[in-house]
Design a protein around this ligand. Sequence first.
Ligand code: ASP
Length: 334
Amino acid sequence: MLFRITVVLLCVLCFACQSHAPKETSHAWAMVIHGGAGFSKKGSLSKEKEAEYHTILNQALTRGELILKNGGTSEDAVVEVIAMLEDSPLFNAGKGAVFTHDKQNELDASIMKGDDMNAGAVAGVRSIKNPIKAARAVMNDSKHVLLTARGAETFASSQSLEQVDSSYFFTQKNYDRLLKILDEEKDVGLDDEQQSDEKFGTVGAVALDQSGNITAGTSTGGMTNKKWDRVGDSPIIGAGTYANNATCGVSCTGHGEYFIRYAVATDVSKRMEYLGEGVGEAAEHIIHSSLKAAGGNGGLIALDKYGNIAMPFNTTAMFRGFVRPDTLVTLLYE
Ligand code: ASP
């Protein structure tokens, strides 16, 4: 009889336990999620806030579990779980998207399937309630991979996806964060690199279904105070999101410019393919060696065809968790 262990851990600056299960263990299905990496200070998350994060991450994992254990597709699991996180104001995606320099919310999302390598993405959208659904529509119902801005919104509307007024994305905490950064910019004259927000909050999910198909997806509001229609790694296939049934699925979070330059998501897959590394080894090498050495902050979640999971990060915090047939684990790092 299957039983489930629920584990809730709050650790600080701990890089242990980031790769789970030996290579030879095969799981019928699995899902891993993240709610963004960042540099939260110890104790800066109140007990109540921590409980809120825990509740929504668990609800999302439980939703994914239900889909996957009932034989649903990894594509449905990823889209439904990310859409739930997009509907929460806690994360920098959908409802909780951060503000641009011009006080707008511009959202990015992407999805990729590992069976046929099909992919879809949207970038710089301002009125699509769930950008991950638009990314899926681009993948399944267009000839393209990446649609941007108003064109992407017109396409989403042609697919009857829910549109919202820009006021839907207003949250006081994100607005205040922008104002604080604008103030600091005025006072200190920080350059563009220094202005980049150190609290991330992007969401992502990777799932393996019972047919052996891997899907990965990522959704974000980007970085606070972004200018000039800046687009990060999250909607870039190969940088923020990647999936290949032969190797793994990956979703990234962190300072997007570095994840684009180092093609981080695809690099995990290629290291497995070319060097024969396991998913944990490949993921940790990139996050702790190549990316870290270059000054790139962030983390990723990855899952291979056996259901082995890696969740490394080189910041002080990354919300993350996973579910498999006998285990549901939510790790909250602050
Ligand atoms: N990677 C995202 C970006 O650069 C931000 C994040 O992950 O928080 O747009």
